[in-house]
Design a protein around this ligand. Structure first.
Ligand SMILES: *[C@@H]1O[C@H](CO)[C@@H](O)[C@H](O)[C@H]1NC(C)=O
Ligand SMILES: *[C@@H]1O[C@H](CO)[C@@H](O)[C@H](O)[C@H]1NC(C)=O
Ligand SMILES: *[C@@H]1O[C@H](CO)[C@@H](O)[C@H](O)[C@H]1NC(C)=O
Ligand SMILES: [Cu+2]
Length: 605
């Protein structure tokens, strides 16, 4: 097996005839290590599933699992991940998001892709989307970062079920025994040792993904959202924890697998790696009778911060230590919709924390959790962000003057046909015809005129529909939310590809370039990759606005990136429904320094 897998490895690098490679590919394992390179394959295909015990329906899965398989690597590892689109060719008139709704691409969220922008997985930005029957191999090194990440589809609403954890360990010392690489020689019989990750030690870890599950199928939802009938985004019927919940506890089919069970032993400390794999909502997460001590946010190690609940927006990850110091029994893990404006905050996303005191564990998983954890009803903007501190101190780059400030002002409006779109500085993002990165590597190679851009109001360059930024520019980005008079101000969790960023400040109403230039209300900025723009009205501004105002500033966040990673990077709202409606921009960073990658090709399966 090892030799066969190694042979496949050669296929990629030595361009052996495709026929040979294809015959060998069939013997590939889903997680192998070849000469220190971690090799994975993610097969995406349709299955019939019923994750909330309501009715079986068709959904996309990765390797037949929900969530998809966990990818575990060590800091510094090189990985080869082959993504296969095993969906059928799409038949129908669906062109709901500009392309074939059965195209695919997978993004490794939070992995900064230093020098490997071609592996970032954003269709028409870094690669061609993978059509049904094709595959694409992501080849990258996980440089200088460790923590909790995940991968997810980046086409339409496929990420509803196409996602999985991506864990980067500091070293083997932070890997739980069951997560040791295959063939590493360590056995689960070895004496238990405490795991060491950065400054923290703990006994074991548990991965928890939170996601949403709609009873309507993906195409129906995509068409509704993008079409003229759109009124508001419908909430998912269920919130899933590790791919499961129960929609109607009073009426469950026999085959119902029940709630997810997180097994723990009493008297231990666990690192919970909580992943916000939602498409739409920000969720509160809590465990009855247990506090959580936050130690990591998006890969940044933070000073321990104890809290009774956490908030996780789409795309965010938080590690928290859990001490199993209560009476050994089952405890309810609960979720709630936060910042949900007009929606019901109640969520059916429940799971069970089970103290396993008996070896033979015959308890049922179907119990109706009664003892729900509590959440404060008051929403606090900007939550606990000003209190969290990076463990190793604040990066001094946050005190330097910025090279430039780019304001990304979002508005929404209706098209003449009745459909709704989001605009950033007046432009609603649409997929270009050809991947921007490929263009920069070939004929369209050019040098943006940074001097001219510094003088331009927004920094937008219509040539390729990008925001060009120069190498090592220190860019402050103000993300400005707006709303229409008498409409809700929505929350927006923004994500930066290719970079983590520092959140410097948040404010209500409209950002004022003069007054707010030096506003700093985050005393100890973290280096993370998702930042929420909270709805935060300025009451004077609201009072002075008239009924026809369509873009009243209703909250902003200022983040900073250091342009140290030449490439083409998506920056977008991680509320995927908003992103599909145009809430995205592309940063074209030091295009003259992008290293051409010649193997950026699709192969047939
Ligand atoms: C993925 O699909 C390929 C091609 O159909 C197959 O050879 C391989 O065994 C599959 N791998 C997994 C992990 O399902
Ligand atoms: C959790 O923290 C709160 C204060 O934040 C405290 O009142 C409570 O006793 C703690 N509960 C546990 C189980 O440690
Ligand atoms: C709002 O627009 C309507 C129709 O264009 C106009 O009649 C009305 O005077 C406007 N109201 C204000 C307060 O500007
Ligand atoms: Cu949004």
């Amino acid at each position: 097996m090892f030799h066969m897998a190694g042979f496949y490895f050669l296929c990629i690098f030595m361009f052996l005839p495709l026929v040979l490679c294809e015959s060998v590919a069939k013997l590939q394992l889903s997680d192998t290590e070849i000469n220190g390179v971690r090799v994975y394959e993610l097969n995406v295909s349709n299955s019939r599933i019923d994750p909330d015990c309501y009715q079986r329906s068709t959904a996309l899965l990765v390797n037949g699992q929900l969530p998809g398989p966990t990818i575990r690597v060590n800091r510094g590892d090189r990985v080869l991940i082959t993504v296969r689109n095993l969906m059928p060719d799409f038949v129908g008139n669906g062109k709901s998001h500009g392309g074939n709704p059965n195209d695919l691409s997978i993004h490794f969220h939070g992995i900064r892709q230093y020098g490997s922008g071609h592996a970032d997985g954003v269709p028409y930005v870094t690669q061609h989307p993978i059509p049904p029957g094709y595959e694409y191999t992501h080849d990258f090194r996980v440089v200088n970062q460790a923590g909790t990440y995940f991968y997810h589809a980046h086409v339409g609403l496929e990420e509803e079920t196409v996602f999985g954890p991506f864990i980067v360990y500091d070293s083997d010392d932070s890997r739980p025994p069951e997560a040791m690489p295959p063939g590493s020689g360590s056995s689960s019989l070895s004496t238990p040792v405490r795991l060491q990750a950065g400054p923290f030690t703990y006994d074991d870890e548990r991965i928890i993904t939170m996601s949403e599950w709609w009873h309507r199928d993906r195409y129906t939802l995509e068409n509704y959202m993008m079409g003229p009938e759109f009124v508001h985004l419908p909430d998912a019927e269920s919130v899933l924890i590790n791919g499961k919940t129960i929609y109607k506890p009073s009426k469950v089919p026999d085959r119902c697998e029940g709630y997810s069970v997180i097994p723990v032993e009493a008297g231990k400390t666990y690192r919970l790696r909580i992943i916000g794999a939602t498409t739409f909502r920000t969720l509160g997460f809590a465990i009855a009778h247990h506090n959580l001590t936050i130690i990591e946010v998006d890969g940044e190690v933070v000073k321990p911060f104890e809290t009774t609940y956490i908030e996780v927006a789409a795309g965010q990850r938080i590690s928290a230590l859990l001490h199993t110091d209560q009476i050994p029994q089952d405890y309810t893990i609960g979720t709630i919709r936060r910042w949900a404006e007009d929606a019901d905050p109640h969520s059916n996303g429940l799971a069970i924390l089970r103290y396993t005191y008996a070896r033979d564990d015959s308890s049922e998983n179907k119990i109706v959790p009664s003892d729900h954890p509590e959440f404060p009803s008051r929403l606090i903007a900007p939550w606990i962000w000003p209190q969290l501190e990076p463990y190793h101190g604040v990066d001094p780059v946050v005190y330097r003057p910025a090279s430039r400030t780019i304001v990304l002002r979002s508005t929404d409006s209706k098209n003449p046909d009745g459909s709704t779109r989001w605009y950033i500085n007046g432009v609603s993002y649409m997929d270009p015809a050809f991947p921007i990165l490929d263009g920069l590597q070939t004929s369209q190679r050019r040098l943006p005129n940074y001097r001219q851009l510094k003088g331009s109001k927004t920094g937008y360059d219509a040539t390729l529909g990008t925001y060009p930024i120069g190498h090592y520019e220190l860019i402050d980005i103000v993300i400005q939310s707006t709303h229409k008079k008498h409409s809700y101000c929505r929350s927006h969790p923004w994500h930066t590809h290719g970079h983590s960023h520092w959140l410097l400040a948040t404010g209500s109403g409209e950002y004022d370039p003069e007054y707010d230039q030096d506003t700093r209300n985050m005393p100890t900025p973290l280096y993370k990759d998702v930042t929420m723009v909270y709805p935060s009205l300025d009451h004077e501004l609201e009072a002075s606005s008239n009924d026809n105002d369509t873009s009243i500033g209703c909250g902003w966040s200022k983040i900073r990136i250091l342009a140290d990673n030449p490439g083409v990077w998506a920056v977008h709202c991680h509320n995927t429904l908003h992103m599909m409606m145009g809430m995205m921009v592309v940063f074209e960073e030091a295009p003259e320094l992008i290293v051409p990658f010649t193997q950026n090709i699709l192969l047939s399966v």
